[in-house]
Write a new protein. Structure first.
Length: 447
C-alpha cells in the first residue's frame, strides 16, 4: 500500500525522522504540563470551573489550551497572550511609522519586532494572571472552597502562570526550529485535538443510550457531515485565483533574461481565521456588560446579543466576519505595492498597463473573490450553532466549524506540506498520487 511505503520513506530520512520525534517530544512535554496544577489548588474544588468552560468564551479559552484552563494548570493561560500580542504588533506595523520601518529592515527588523512582541506578551500576562486567579477564586467559592490566603500565593501564582505561558511559547519556538511545522500553530492544534476524543465519546454515549430509534445512525450521519464540512474548509483554505504575469525579455551581454510567464495566486480567504477572532472579540462585549449591568440584560436586543445560539447573535456575528474579512484583506494585501514590485522586475499583466492600472486590476479581483470567501467563512463560523440545533452536544459541535476547524485544517495542511517537501527533496514520491499539498504559506500569520 502507498501509505505504508510513504511511512517507510519518511522513516528512512534521518533529518525528517529526528524532526518528527522532536515535535512529538515537545508536544508530550506540553501535554504533561497541562495537567500540573498550580501549587495550593485542590483539584476536587474545580467542578464549577469545569462547568464554566463548557460554553461561551471560557470554552474557547479552554479548548485552545487543551483543557489546561479548566485544570487550573501552570500553563492555563496557554499561547493566547502571545497571539493577542502578535495581533497588536501586526496592527501597529500597519499604522505606526516606527513599526513600519522595522518591518522593512529585514531580519534585524523582524528580530526587534519579535522582541517587542515578547515584552507585550509578558505585560498582557501580568494583567491576565490576576484576572484568572479572581475567576478561579469565584468558581471555587461555589464548591465551598477558597484560594490559599496570603499575598505571597497570589504573587507567586501570577508569576507561575506567566512563566508557564512563556514556557509554552518557548516550546512552540523549539518546534519551529527543530521540529516540523509552525510551533505556535502546533500548540493550538494539539490543544484543540486533545478535546476531540472526549467530545466524540460523549456524543457516542448520548446517541447509544438514547431511547429513540436510529441513534447510532444519527452518529454516522454526524460524522459524514463533519467530513463534508472539513472538505469545505480545505477548499476554502486552499482556494486561489491565479493572475498571469508576463515578464519582458532583457538581454545582458550574451545572456537573455525574463520572457517567462508566471502566476500570482490571490487567495479566496486571504484573511484566514483573523476575522473570526476579531468578530468574537466584539461579540463578547455585550456578554461582559450583561455580567455587570442588569439594565443591559433586561433589554430585548441586548439580551438577544448575549444568546450565542440565538438568531440575532449569529446574524450580527456573520456580518461582522464579512466586514472584518474585507478590512483585514485590505490591510494585509497591498495591490499598489504588488504592482510596483511587478514593474521593477519588468513584469506586467497581459492586456493591463503597468503601474496604477495594474493595481486597480488586482484590487478589483481581490474585491470579487473576497466576497464569496467572506460569506463561506461566515457560514463555517456559525456551523456549530446549526450542529447544536440537530441535537449534537456542545463539545462535539465545536468541531463542525468556527476557528477550531479552520485552525485544524490549516495547520495539518502546513504540516503535511513540510513533510512532502522533505520527501520530494530526497527524490521520493509525495503524499498524493497527483499534485502537491498546498498549505497556508504566504497568506497570513501561521496561526
Amino acid at each position: 500500500m502507498k501509505i505504508i511505503q510513504t511511512l517507510k520513506n519518511i522513516w528512512k530520512i534521518e533529518e525528517l525522522r529526528n524532526r518528527l520525534l522532536t515535535t512529538l517530544g515537545f508536544v508530550a512535554v506540553y501535554r504533561f504540563c497541562s495537567f500540573v496544577v498550580l501549587p495550593g489548588i485542590d483539584t476536587s474544588t474545580l467542578t464549577a470551573l469545569h462547568g464554566q468552560t463548557r460554553e461561551g468564551i471560557m470554552s474557547l479559552l479552554d479548548m485552545f489550551s487543551g483543557g489546561a484552563f479548566s485544570n487550573a494548570s501552570i500553563v492555563a493561560l496557554g499561547i493566547m497572550p502571545y497571539i493577542s500580542a502578535s495581533i497588536v504588533m501586526q496592527l501597529l506595523g500597519m499604522a505606526v511609522p516606527f513599526f513600519q520601518k522595522l518591518q522593512r529592515e529585514g531580519e534585524s527588523g523582524r528580530t526587534k519586532m519579535n522582541q517587542y512582541t515578547r515584552y507585550l506578551t509578558f505585560a498582557i500576562l501580568l494583567f491576565q494572571g490576576p484576572a484568572y486567579l479572581a475567576n478561579l477564586s469565584a468558581q471555587m467559592g461555589y464548591a465551598g472552597a477558597a484560594l490559599p490566603p496570603g499575598f505571597w500565593f497570589k504573587i507567586s501564582s501570577v508569576f507561575i502562570l506567566a512563566a508557564g505561558s512563556m514556557f509554552t511559547l518557548w516550546i512552540g519556538e523549539r518546534i519551529t526550529d527543530k521540529g516540523i511545522g509552525n510551533g505556535v500553530s502546533m500548540i493550538i492544534l494539539i490543544g484543540i485535538i486533545a478535546r476531540l476524543p472526549q467530545a466524540l465519546t460523549q456524543e457516542f454515549v448520548s446517541r447509544y443510550s438514547t431511547t429513540a430509534a436510529g441513534g447510532l445512525v444519527m452518529l454516522l450521519a454526524e460524522l459524514l457531515l463533519l467530513l463534508a464540512v472539513t472538505i469545505f474548509a480545505i477548499l476554502l483554505v486552499q482556494g486561489t485565483r491565479k493572475v498571469p504575469v508576463q515578464y519582458a525579455k532583457r538581454v545582458v551581454g550574451n545572456k537573455q533574461y525574463g520572457g517567462a510567464r508566471q502566476y500570482i495566486p490571490l487567495k479566496v480567504n486571504a484573511a484566514g481565521v483573523m476575522p473570526i477572532i476579531f468578530a468574537q472579540a466584539i461579540m463578547f462585549i455585550p456578554l461582559a456588560f450583561v455580567g455587570y449591568s442588569n439594565t443591559v440584560s433586561a433589554s430585548g436586543f441586548g439580551k438577544a446579543l448575549t444568546d450565542m445560539n440565538g438568531p440575532w447573535y449569529n446574524i450580527v456575528f456573520a456580518l461582522l466576519i464579512i466586514a472584518f474579512t474585507y478590512f483585514y484583506t485590505a490591510i494585509t494585501i497591498n495591490p499598489t505595492q504588488m504592482a510596483e514590485e511587478m514593474k521593477r522586475n519588468n513584469g506586467f499583466i497581459p492586456g493591463i498597463k503597468p503601474g496604477k492600472r495594474t493595481a486597480e486590476y488586482i484590487d478589483a479581483i481581490m474585491s470579487k473573490i473576497t466576497l464569496p470567501g467572506s460569506i463561506f467563512l461566515a457560514f463555517i463560523s456559525i456551523m456549530p450553532v446549526f450542529a447544536k440545533m440537530f441535537g449534537i452536544n456542545t463539545s462535539f459541535a465545536q468541531f463542525f466549524g468556527g476557528t477550531s476547524l479552520l485552525i485544524i485544517v490549516g495547520v495539518i495542511l502546513d504540516f503535511l506540506q513540510q513533510i512532502e517537501s522533505h520527501l520530494l527533496m530526497r527524490h521520493y514520491d509525495g503524499l498524493l498520487k497527483s499534485g502537491r499539498i498546498k498549505g497556508r504559506t504566504g497568506s497570513i500569520a501561521a496561526y
